[in-house]
Design a protein around this ligand. Structure first.
Ligand code: GLN
Length: 190
């Protein structure tokens, strides 16, 4: 199994480290031709969704990635990655890949609470540490999307079939369980 990690901007190095700790190889996706390399799952890291979205378009990667996800490729989006996967963004007219039946609010925790850590219960896993950095939350899910975690009454993790998103950053902790959860999604797909 190989996981493709989108390495345009943001916390991609940390995701690679998590998969490497689990004995899973990763491949860096930096340009359109990298999408020709074989990979079984995709990670869109945290960072700045506007910058990543712009680069995805400029590099000619957006449409192809969108098609791959719609074709069933397992994808895990963290924070900015969640925003890029959301079909609706309540406070931004720009859209990213827009493949997942969720609505997200950007920078939803405001300035005072820009970054914080808490514990959250993740369905099927248990209590996990959750680090939020100028994070979005999910305001609404529909269709096949299932809520997996909430923090402070807000939805912070969800799954729609092959698509997994978290508003928080497990790659900034040493807890590998969310990455393991994603690896299991990939295993079931391949
Ligand atoms: N605030 C960022 C955005 O709107 C997301 C922050 C993050 O990924 N840590 O894209």
């Amino acid at each position: 199994m190989v996981i493709g990690v989108l390495c345009l901007q943001g916390a991609f190095y940390e995701h690679r480290k998590m998969f490497n700790s689990l004995g899973i190889s990763t491949v860096e996706l930096r340009k359109a031709s990298d999408l020709d390399k074989p990979f079984d799952g995709l990670v869109i890291p945290g960072g700045e969704s506007t910058v990543m979205g712009k680069l995805l378009n400029e590099l000619g990667m957006a449409e192809r990635l969108k098609g791959m996800i719609q074709g069933g490729l397992p994808v895990y989006g963290t924070c900015a990655g969640l925003i890029l996967l959301a079909k609706k963004i309540t406070n931004d007219s720009r859209k990213g890949l827009a493949t997942m039946d969720i609505s997200a609010e950007r920078n939803a925790y405001g300035r005072q609470l820009g970054s914080f850590a808490t514990d959250t219960r993740f369905k099927g896993i248990g209590t996990i540490p959750a680090v939020f950095i100028r994070a979005p939350y999910i305001t609404e899910v529909w269709g096949d999307t299932e809520v997996l975690a909430e923090a402070d009454g807000k939805i912070v993790a969800a799954r729609e079939n092959n698509q997994l998103v978290t508003a928080f950053h497990p790659e900034l902790t040493d807890d590998l369980r969310i990455h393991e959860y994603f690896i299991n999604m990939v295993k079931h797909h391949t």
